[in-house]
Design a protein around this ligand. Structure first.
Ligand code: GLP
Length: 262
């Protein structure tokens, strides 16, 4: 048996001011560090209000959190959650909905109180009223303490797509072709089955969170991460608006950090 396995390299901090960038040697290491941060925040504030993303990126994070909860190392029973977004026109129980994704990968494993789980209803008869309801629910919960984000390859966060302008509040959005493509796996691999529209927290909703962590892993995110950190604040890269927030951590693996200045 080999005994010369090198210890994993420690994370590297690239910037000390928000957005603070930390590079981990692997996606797993980044997920583990973020799980630890969330568990520590919940230990300090059991009634923490968490904002949550879907996507492939947070799966490792949700696994880590589930195993912390299973070992009794974290108690999420008092936590309140708000998910960022949901597709329009499908019910919560639809196999492709973000609600179903979260039930499978997070809610069913973490023993959250059902009444503290908040989700946009993509099947609401009046989407504008549904968006307004969500804003009010967030306000009633006292605002989001810690917002976790993934990022689309085009720089979107939640479903705030690049364009000439961004919406500040929770709103209805038309999805870009590349975004529908990257969500096709939820709809049996069929891009045309992905709803054309979604409801999403707005950029202002996200930026009102007290603290934000953006998790980005894999080579496909290297270009957008570079633009988020080194580029101008522009609606063409919605995540670049994170530069305006005073408490943002960007946690990346080496592959996603490949284009960042060292
Ligand atoms: C989706 C979600 C985003 C997510 C992004 C990246 O469209 N609306 O919240 O961050 O895609 O997904 P992935 O992590 O699978 O790359």
């Amino acid at each position: 048996m080999s005994t010369d396995r090198k210890p994993a390299p420690p994370p590297r901090r690239l910037t000390d001011e928000s957005p603070r960038v930390t590079v981990f040697h692997s996606d797993r290491a980044a997920a583990r560090a973020l799980a630890r941060r969330i568990a520590d925040a919940v230990a300090a504030t059991p009634s923490l209000v968490l904002g949550l993303p879907t996507g492939r990126t947070p799966l490792a994070l949700y696994n880590e959190l589930a195993s912390l909860a299973a070992r009794g190392a974290a108690d999420f029973s008092q936590v309140t959650t708000f998910n960022l977004d949901e597709f329009v026109g499908i019910p919560a129980e639809h196999p492709g909905s973000y609600r179903t994704f979260m039930e499978q990968h997070f809610f069913s494993l973490l023993h959250l109180a059902p009444e503290r789980i908040h989700f946009l209803n993509g099947a609401a008869p009046d989407p504008a009223a549904e968006c307004e309801r969500y804003e009010q629910e967030i306000a009633r919960a006292g605002g989001i303490d810690l917002q976790i984000l993934g990022i689309g390859t085009n720089g979107h966060i939640g479903f705030n797509e690049p364009g000439p302008e961004l919406d500040a509040r929770t709103h209805r959005v038309t999805l870009r072709p590349e975004t529908r493509r990257s969500n096709a796996a939820l709809f049996g691999g069929d891009e045309s089955g992905v709803p054309a529209e979604a409801l999403s927290m707005g950029m202002g909703t996200i930026l009102r969170a007290r603290a934000i962590v953006l998790l980005a892993t894999g080579a496909s995110k290297a270009s957008c991460v570079e633009r988020v950190i080194h580029g101008r604040v522009t609606t063409a890269v919605p995540a670049s608006f994170l530069q305006l927030h005073a408490d943002v951590d960007v946690m990346v693996d080496e592959a996603a950090a490949a284009k960042l200045a060292r």
